[in-house]
Ligand binder design. Structure first.
Ligand SMILES: [Fe+2]
Ligand SMILES: [Fe+2]
Length: 419
């Protein structure tokens, strides 16, 4: 029997600054969550640990090579973070396979992982990893080297073939979503793996909610939920010749201890200067002191309104550029916030430019973040200059001191938080 431990979509950031705009992707907590996961892996004692892409959450400015950003520093951050993932994999003391996803950065991924084999054998079972990339319109295609690999694998299949295909994007089942989740050539891949002789198991990531496993001819396929999101799920597959594949989905559970303190810092007026250049969030001079002080108290989430003058006209990607640059402006010796929560005023609709599930409505700021972090609202402090948001936080059971004025002094902010 071969046991495969499948985990996907880590979206890790450590040396990389900032945070994904989806607040529930706990990029900055991956090292501690991976340490807990290592204990589960040790208990399962799998033959293979497979990580199917989005290892890192690389800022879009680097992926898009956007001018005006410090791409050199972002590249160094990505390299350091890939080495962090690689050291974790090697610490497991078991065979592992990884492949990139659409949030990975090809050049640095290849420096750290490019030399790893894309096929491994476990007795009669062969495991193939396909390093596919998104093409036009964010739609992945199996072309070039991975396509040639796929064609060879399919051509060589016999009735005795027993194999696993690892890939980031979905082949099946269909998921209705505004962003492409399936390969552009998913119909072709699905037909070929279903019709080829022998048997194959296709393990994907990418769709963070995960899918059931579906049988299509000779192939069983589906996507594992993203590990970066609570409750941090993963799957264990047990494969034995002549037997149906057995799958077990498990989870780490709560991300944090319930008595952890959470400070939510409302960005406008507290961390950035009044709007100047469009789409740029200009940090106040003492931003590093404020973030370092608050981060030392427990968890720190930055709340940032979508309908701010600096971001109102931006696309979702533009908003993420702006926040990545803002986090990159923190001094190197200052920690980063644990989460970024982009929110909409009450009654506003996200509209077509925004991924609806990423957006928190203003009155839900405290309840949603408290639930996400597994913390009671009484452990939460919201620091804001907006009276309506303060009132909503207090109504939700959180503390929200009056900071008295549109641009409070940094020391006054820290004092209000209890420092
Ligand atoms: Fe992902
Ligand atoms: Fe993805």
């Amino acid at each position: 029997m071969t046991t495969i431990f499948h985990v996907t979509d880590l979206h890790l950031r450590q040396a990389l600054p900032g945070h994904n705009g989806h607040v529930h992707r706990l990029s900055r907590h991956m090292p501690s969550l991976l340490a807990k996961l290592a204990e589960r892996i040790e208990a399962v004692a799998p033959d293979l640990v497979a990580v199917t892409g989005d290892l890192l959450d690389v800022p879009h400015a680097l992926l898009d090579r956007e001018p005006g950003y410090d791409l050199r520093a972002l590249t160094q951050g990505a390299l350091a973070d890939y080495w962090l993932v690689r050291r974790w994999l090697e610490s497991l003391g078991r065979p592992w396979m990884v492949l990139p996803g659409n949030h990975d950065h090809g050049p640095t991924f290849d420096v750290v992982f490019g030399s790893e084999p894309v096929t491994r054998h476990f007795g009669p079972l062969a495991v193939h990893a396909f390093h596919d990339w998104e093409q036009a319109g964010n739609q992945a295609l199996r072309i070039g080297t991975p396509r040639r690999h796929f064609e060879q694998v399919i051509a060589a299949a016999t009735e005795e073939t027993d194999e696993v295909h690892l890939q980031h994007f979905l082949v099946r089942p269909h998921v209705d979503y505004h962003y492409p989740l399936l390969y552009g050539d998913a119909d072709d891949i699905a037909r070929r793996v279903a019709e080829a002789p022998g048997r194959r198991l296709l393990l994907s990531g990418h769709w963070h909610e995960g899918t059931p496993m579906v049988q299509l001819g000779n192939a069983l396929m589906g996507g594992c939920p993203a590990f970066c999101e609570p409750p941090h799920r993963y799957r264990v597959f047990r494969i034995e010749p002549g037997q149906p594949v057995a799958m077990q989905e498990e989870e780490l559970g709560a991300s944090f201890s319930p008595d952890t303190r959470l400070t939510i810092l409302d960005r406008p007026g507290l961390l950035t200067l009044p709007p100047g250049t469009a789409s740029r969030l200009t940090p106040r001079p003492d931003m590093g002191r404020i973030v370092a002080g608050l981060a030392g108290m427990g968890h720190l989430a930055i709340a940032s309104p979508w309908h701010a003058p600096e971001t109102d006209a931006a696309t979702w990607r533009g908003v993420q550029y702006a926040h990545d640059a803002f986090f990159q402006d923190l001094p190197a010796n200052v920690g980063q916030a644990d989460a970024l929560c982009i929110y909409l005023p009450q009654g506003e609709q996200p509209g077509r430019r925004l991924p609806a599930e990423a957006i928190t409505r203003e009155p839900e700021l405290v309840p949603r973040l408290a639930a996400l972090f597994g913390i009671a609202p009484a452990e939460v402090t919201l620091l804001t200059t907006d009276p309506a948001r303060r009132a909503a936080a207090v109504a939700a059971g959180a503390a929200s001191p009056d900071l008295g004025g549109p641009m409070p002094d940094g020391e006054a902010i820290l004092a209000a938080a209890g420092l």
